[in-house]
Design a protein around this ligand. Structure first.
Ligand code: ZN
Length: 424
């Protein structure tokens, strides 16, 4: 296994900072061991509130050394926020260095089996307070591997307010051996509360350059260089999306359908048809991505609850079972909604790339097109619309994304966008 940071594409500055921090964290552990680990002894068993450490005892974290208890990884989708968080978690658990990739600490963290590293991945639209309280309790326990308890919260922007408050309490008085790693699109108050933000160190990730994304697709996934280059450009710096485009014919087909939209907008009726097609494609894609997990979960729950018991207590058990099934359905519905929004957003990003190409061509800007395969079409658009018309269309797509983000019904936002694209 290569170094744990190897998959963090085009983020040299962030990697350097995280390595420094992991080095400082290891030094803290060594100092703690030399002093018979007072901080480890001070940490209570699971479920107990962490004692005040005052930050002065040997082995406690001193932020000036480069290590601290709470971090936020920010960056555009696909820039590698969760990849960075997981790699940093591995570096903290690394026995030999700062993420060697070889030792048991690195291996188990990267493989998702380290007992002291918890990854929280919200499946629905939000992370609830119950989930967060349970997590904070467990995070306060002594690390079984003797190093750090690491809690990674992906999509920390989906914390409910109550969950955010529960997390804030833990971050304000962190147990001595606990580290929180949050991932969010930005540090805007819409994404992360100001109070949580003020307690965290921010690691900004940038959109990786296409060449760096292509390189990792070739090296790690064995994808042919020409396919990798095309996919990296088409995915606009989103590593996971580039990999899907390079490997999954269905993903390529969906992208082609989206990029066919501009030439289909020949009238009002066609604009509404295009809107319907886009929404239905997003629904189908989401359905395909969640239906298998839904069925598996339901079967597992039904098995766990047992079928058709009789005798004393059976009626009560049935009532409990109905409640659990209802709860599961609620969670699955929320996850499906999220998957639809994500699929639609990917389509809108592709479409925005097309109009961006038209704009850069109209301006004769010396930049490579996002979509090499529709560059000729974007060039024709550039001639017809000029820079202003191309910009208006690009803005219409971005406005549609913003509207959906602000909870406008997707169909209404997409219809408005298609009409704007048609009228110009
Ligand atoms: Zn290691």
């Amino acid at each position: 296994m290569p170094d744990v940071f190897a998959d963090l594409v085009g983020q040299d500055e962030a990697v350097a900072e995280l390595r420094r921090a992991a080095g400082a964290a290891a030094a803290v552990l060594r100092a703690g061991a030399a002093d018979r680990a007072p901080a480890l002894i001070a940490a209570g068993p699971a479920g107990e509130a962490a004692p005040e450490t005052g930050g002065t005892e040997p082995g406690a974290l001193d932020p000036s050394t480069g290590m601290t208890h709470a971090w936020i990884f920010t960056g555009p989708p696909g820039s590698g926020r969760s990849v960075a968080a997981r790699a940093f978690a591995a570096a903290l658990q690394c026995t030999y260095g700062t993420g060697c990739g070889e030792c048991p600490g690195c291996h188990t963290t990267m493989g998702g089996t380290n007992a002291d590293v918890r990854m929280v991945v919200p499946e629905g639209l939000s992370i609830g307070v119950g989930e967060m309280r349970a997590l904070v309790l467990r995070a306060a326990s002594t690390p079984s591997g003797g190093r750090w308890q690491v809690v990674v919260i992906e999509d920390a922007d989906r914390l409910t307010e109550a969950a955010g408050n529960a997390l804030l309490k833990a971050i304000e008085e962190p147990p001595p051996r606990t580290v929180f790693l949050l991932c969010a699109p930005s540090t805007h108050p819409d994404d992360i509360s100001v109070t949580i933000r003020s307690r965290c160190r921010v690691v900004p990730l940038r959109q990786p350059p296409a060449a760096a994304v292509a390189e990792v697709l070739v090296r790690r996934d064995g994808i042919a260089p020409d396919v990798a280059q095309w996919a990296a450009a088409a995915a606009q710096g989103h590593v996971g999306r580039a990999r899907r485009l390079a490997r999954d014919p269905e993903a390529r087909k969906r992208r082609e359908a989206v990029l066919a939209v501009p030439r289909r907008l020949t009238g009002v009726g066609a604009a509404f048809d295009a809107a319907s097609a886009l929404i239905e494609a997003a629904e189908a894609e989401a359905e395909a991505s969640v239906s298998e997990a839904d069925a598996t979960e339901r079967a597992a729950l039904e098995t766990a609850l047992g079928a058709g018991g009789t005798g004393r207590g059976a009626a009560g058990a049935m009532r409990g079972a109905a409640g659990q099934l209802k709860e599961l359905e609620k969670r699955q519905k929320s996850r499906a909604t999220r998957a639809q929004r994500d699929a639609l957003d990917r389509a809108l990003v592709d479409l925005a790339g097309f109009y961006r190409d038209a704009l850069t061509m109209a301006l004769r800007a010396p930049v490579d097109p996002v979509h090499t395969d529709t560059a000729a079409l974007a060039g024709a658009g550039a001639q017809k619309w000029d820079a202003e018309g191309s910009l208006r269309r690009l803005e219409a797509v971005l406005a549609c994304r913003a509207a959906i983000e602000a909870n406008v019904k997707p169909r209404i936002a997409v219809e408005a966008m298609m009409l704007a694209l048609w009228k110009g």
